[in-house]
Design a protein around this ligand. Sequence first.
Ligand SMILES: [Zn+2]
Length: 160
Amino acid sequence: MLMGIVDEDVQRVRDTADIVAVISAHTQLKKQGANWTGLCPFHGEKSPSFSVNQDKGVFYCFGCQAKGDVISFVRDIDHLDFAGAVEFLAAKSGITLRYTDQAEGDRREARGKLREAMAAAVDWYHERLLTATTCGSGASTATGCASTRSAGRPMTGTSW
Ligand SMILES: [Zn+2]
């Protein structure tokens, strides 16, 4: 079960993507023997301990033990989920993905919208918290201040 993308297509994306080219967008790689090495993009370092094997399509970091294939690299470096990483690489290679479930594409879109809405809600709440902290100064008229400001006088709004 690979998040609804047809296994065959995931395999094709993995085979088609050039792991060295993909990783080179994030760190400079040098050919060294059979492998490519460079500074690890996952942790700060001054001497290269990051190694890429182009034939096997895998990477490994001796410094922080980060490892995987081209898909997990994209997933980790761009903070995507597995399907998101596959979709990113498929788009790069011009591969059209097929989904095991016709509705999966729609659901992914809906989940993206939900994430956006959640993020907006968190921002709103965070803003209210910030506003609330300024209530003591009396500078704010936000309704969030009502409970602290109503003490000692009738709470009838601002109609007078
Ligand atoms: Zn590392």
